[in-house]
Ligand binder design. Structure first.
Ligand code: FDA
Length: 303
């Protein structure tokens, strides 16, 4: 119930205006977000690289409403790739297709994403496509399949809570597209997604088996210690080399687990968002864990 309310609030323009202007909200959001500029992101990438963790850099933004905004998002992703190359940072990028115009026209998003994928190929950095709400899944996968025909360094995120993911994963495995598996962060109807957490966790475990067995480069996106353990069992069972898969976790979430996985010699990539459009991302992080909301509210009251 609380989760559903927070996820609904993530789409509210009025709340967005209030929260982004609120210094306490900005400070608390700073736990999950590197900052607003590419220089902020650069600093965080260097800190993480120094600890042995590569980064997936996410320029925040989603649901752009004009072609000009979509082109601005592309420009920001291209600038991020330039920075990665110029500074020799150990990072790739993660993009959202609605930031590049998927709501306006799918062809626009494909055009813009192709420009980013072409630059990613030059830089030698994977361009990972995030997965958004269920209404976008079909269009996102169509775009990714088109991109993958020309660029082999394009990957995509799949969400274990969706019933359709079993078939989507089989198809992407067949096409040889790298997949990041996550549980799923949006509010979805029981017609398309498992409503109970236990069933989402069980679906993740089943999908993980196929991912580790058949995907060219599995990206295991979770902070769930049981699923991290299961991954280790599966990579041993399927004799996967440590260089052929990676764990991925979010900046500011379960740093203890991140350190443990790194100390054990596994590859762990940290997903680092930056930019001033942090409101919906922050709300999804609050929704994932009620303790985050209490921390935020207690900080507001302490003011
Ligand atoms: P679960 O929710 O069971 O959490 C396991 C443990 O992790 C918790 O017990 C808690 O300790 C900790 N934890 C989890 N979330 C936390 C938080 N916000 N704050 C503090 N602690 C927290 N989703 C999506 O729909 N599309 C996408 O493209 C992506 N991309 C993505 C990339 C990467 C690298 C990750 C790790 C995750 C995503 N997600 C995502 C988000 C994902 O769908 C999911 O909502 C979160 O990862 C939380 O689920 P867990 O697998 O961590 O399990």
């Amino acid at each position: 119930m609380l989760k559903a309310t927070l996820l609904k609030a993530a789409g509210s323009p009025a709340l967005k205006r209030q929260m982004t202007a609120n210094p306490v909200a900005r400070r608390v959001a700073g736990r999950f977000i590197a900052g607003t500029t590419i220089d902020d992101a650069d600093r965080v990438i260097r800190e993480l690289n120094a600890k042995g963790a590569p980064v997936a850099l996410d320029y925040l933004g989603e649901n752009t409403e004009s072609e000009a905004q979509a082109r601005d998002s592309t420009a920001a992703y291209l600038a991020a790739l330039d920075r990665i190359q110029e500074q020799g940072l150990d990072a790739n990028i993660s993009v959202k297709l609605t930031a590049m115009g998927l709501d306006i026209r799918p062809e626009l998003a494909l055009e813009e994403a192709s420009r980013v994928a072409a630059r990613g190929k030059e830089v030698g950095a994977m361009v990972g496509v995030d997965m958004e709400a269920h209404a976008y899944v079909e269009r996102t996968l169509d775009t990714v399949v088109q991109l993958a025909k020309s660029y082999d360094q394009v990957g995509v995120c799949l969400q274990a809570y969706l019933y359709r993911t079993r078939d989507d994963l089989a198809r992407l495995n067949e096409l040889g597209v790298p997949v990041r598996l996550v549980k799923g962060a949006y509010q979805e109807s029981p017609e398309v997604a498992y409503p109970e957490k236990a069933r989402v966790d069980a679906a993740y475990a089943r999908l993980l088996d196929t991912l580790i067995q058949d995907n060219p480069y599995p990206m295991v996106g979770t902070h769930d210690p049981a699923l991290v353990r299961l991954t280790k069992t599966l990579v041993a069972r399927y004799e996967r080399d440590r260089g052929t898969f990676e764990f991925q976790m979010l900046y500011g979430v379960r740093r203890d687990l991140q350190e443990q996985v790194l100390a054990e010699g596994y590859r762990l990539r940290v997903y680092v968002p930056y930019g001033d459009q942090w409101y919906p991302y922050f709300m999804r992080r609050l929704a994932e864990r009620p303790a985050n909301l209490y921390f935020f509210l207690s900080n507001l009251l302490k003011r």
